[in-house]
Ligand binder design. Structure first.
Ligand code: F6P
Length: 319
């Protein structure tokens, strides 16, 4: 029977991770577990950066961005040798369960540890919204609102100068941030990995917009598709539309979590403890059609990525 539970955050930080840590710790303590925090993700785990967490260790953090535990990416965690070291460290603290908050890399680490006998639960924490076993990930809503604020500001200057703004947003290989923000900001065009367009199609679209008297345009594009600075030059050169590129970058990951993210994070934290109490392991929790649920991690990682096609089409029709 599980007695001691540790929590780590791993991969890119996301607003709401702290609210989730707080919920896990407080619900865990109330259910009679001893709770521990592992600093700096899997790297901290193999370096034995572990400390007990009490009720007050997680005071005043529900509203804070980032993660009080710190986070890291550790490529070598893919090797069995490093995974065994992690199990040794956990055993030396008599920790029998691990909650990992992060993205698919975090889930893979947990799956490996569960095969070595540790009870593991994954919670979706990433601004990318690319965990298919949950309709929403912790941090997505806050990042989306940050993107919207930035795009609204860029629209002011872009329309004043009769320019085109091409704005790159994060998301790794998932287009949700671009698709949702594009729709919410009334972008003229949204480009994601699953709604590809050629550069020539973009240029033709802008030329046609110009012919109909449009003086400015907002294009939202997911990261990892093209170099937006070079593309801005090409647009300006080929259609005479003065164009500026903006890469919103890491500011999208910061800030106080939205109400939605605080609630989602808190609900998932408590649900993770409930799962452990019921003997669930090697599972990842999520929210699907507004219900908390869990999947086997291995199955969850095989689920196909959700599509942005409907969002992008809707933007295109009304943008
Ligand atoms: O996964 C979150 C994320 O912010 C992605 O959107 C982005 O591609 C990546 O992390 C950036 O990683 P790093 O912080 O290592 O530059």
């Amino acid at each position: 029977m599980v007695k001691r539970i540790a929590i780590l955050t791993s991969g890119g930080d996301a607003p709401g991770m702290n609210a989730c840590i707080r919920a896990c710790v407080r619900a865990g303590l109330k259910n009679g577990y001893e709770m521990f925090g592992i600093h700096n993700g899997y790297r901290g785990l193999i370096n034995d950066e572990i400390e007990p967490l009490g009720r007050h260790s997680v005071s005043e953090i529900i509203n804070r961005g980032g993660t009080i535990l710190g986070t890291a990416r550790l490529d070598s965690f893919k090797t069995l040798e490093v995974q065994r070291k992690a199990v040794e460290i956990l055993s030396s603290h008599r920790i029998d369960a691990l909650i990992g908050i992060g993205g698919d890399g975090t889930y893979r680490g947990l799956m490996a540890l569960s095969k070595l006998g540790i009870t593991t639960i994954g919670l979706p924490g990433t601004i990318d919204n690319d965990i298919t076993s949950s309709d929403y990930t912790i941090g997505f809503d806050t990042a989306l609102n940050t993107v919207i604020q930035c795009v609204d500001k860029l629209r002011d200057t872009s329309s004043s100068h009769q320019r085109c703004s091409i704005i790159e947003v994060m998301g790794n290989h998932c287009g949700d941030l671009a698709a949702y923000a594009g729709l919410a900001c009334g972008a003229e065009m949204v480009i994601t990995t699953d709604t590809p367009v050629t550069k020539n199609q973009v240029i033709e679209f802008l030329q046609q917009q110009r012919r109909t008297g449009k003086q400015h345009a907002i294009i939202l594009i997911s990261e990892k598709i093209t170099d937006v600075h070079e593309f801005a030059h090409e647009i300006a050169h080929k259609c005479g539309f003065e164009t500026r590129a903006e890469v919103l970058g890491h500011m999208q990951r910061g800030g106080s979590p939205s109400a939605f993210d605080r609630c989602l994070a808190s609900r998932l934290g408590v649900f993770a403890i409930d799962c452990i109490s019921k003997g669930v392991s090697s599972a990842c929790c999520g929210i699907v059609q507004n219900k908390l649920t869990y999947y086997n991690i291995e199955d969850a990682l095989k689920l196909p990525q959700s599509s942005t096609v409907e969002f992008v089409r809707t933007s295109q029709l009304i943008g």
